[in-house]
Design a protein around this ligand. Sequence first.
Ligand SMILES: NC(=O)c1ccc[n+]([C@@H]2O[C@H](COP(=O)([O-])OP(=O)(O)OC[C@H]3O[C@@H](n4cnc5c(N)ncnc54)[C@H](O)[C@@H]3O)[C@@H](O)[C@H]2O)c1
Length: 251
Amino acid sequence: MNCIDLTGRTAIITGGASGIGLATARQMLKSGARVELWDRDPARLEAATRELGASSDVTVQTVNVADVAAVQAAADMSLQRLGAVDILVNNAGVTPGMRVVTEVALEDWRENISVNLDAVFFTSRAFVPGMVARGWGRIVNVSSLAAKEGNPFQSAYSAAKAGVIAFTKSLAKEVGTSGVLVNAVAPALFDTPLVAWARKENPQAMQIALEKIPLRRIGRPEEAAAMITWIASDQCSFTTGFTFELNGGRA
Ligand SMILES: NC(=O)c1ccc[n+]([C@@H]2O[C@H](COP(=O)([O-])OP(=O)(O)OC[C@H]3O[C@@H](n4cnc5c(N)ncnc54)[C@H](O)[C@@H]3O)[C@@H](O)[C@H]2O)c1
């Protein structure tokens, strides 16, 4: 059987208590990794731990990834617990309500930029030095198709996710010779709580988005998890600074 082997690897997955992050945790555990879920929602983390099953291979931390001091403290704790962190999946994200640019509140703009973009910088800064020192690391940043297309009424989200793609390229080049590969994925529509919320808020926009996907369905979280897990493995060895598409043929 051809399977992805992460035996002996340790992984931090931000936003790991739900949707794509939780599916990635499941997949990485199956592949032999130890995973630590970071999420700001303790109730979701508790449910995720129950679902993944009590095991020393799963640990959690309640952390707001937009808070630089909290990220540094959580990173110190992770390094103490796990010894080293080989894989970082920057997946935590929020989507704003749909608003024209002129009606976007400053605090909503800032929340989007800080959770969706600043956090990727904070966690990378915390874990890259250890990866470089050990000569192996994989960072997978979860961007969005919105980064490439610029979704109307989601300017802050689109701008933050586009920033993630550029950041991915910059960091990949900086650590190019170190054994650390930095890539991103750009999902379109996936069946997660985040999208369930957006569907309720604007069902018409969701229907239009669905019609643009040649496969005429939304993605399953395990489909994103499979790609993220492969990118985080030894099998992905000659690709860095790249953004992999996950969109049912839309882009
Ligand atoms: N679902 C989609 O269709 C889709 C499309 C494109 C991109 N994405 C991206 O994929 C990623 C995962 O999305 P999902 O659909 O699985 O969403 P989700 O809402 O199911 O999960 C996101 C998780 O992130 C956590 N989170 C949010 N803000 C946080 C913070 N400040 N600190 C720590 N944790 C925080 C939430 O508590 C939640 O558990 C996001 O970055 C999202 O932007 C999703």
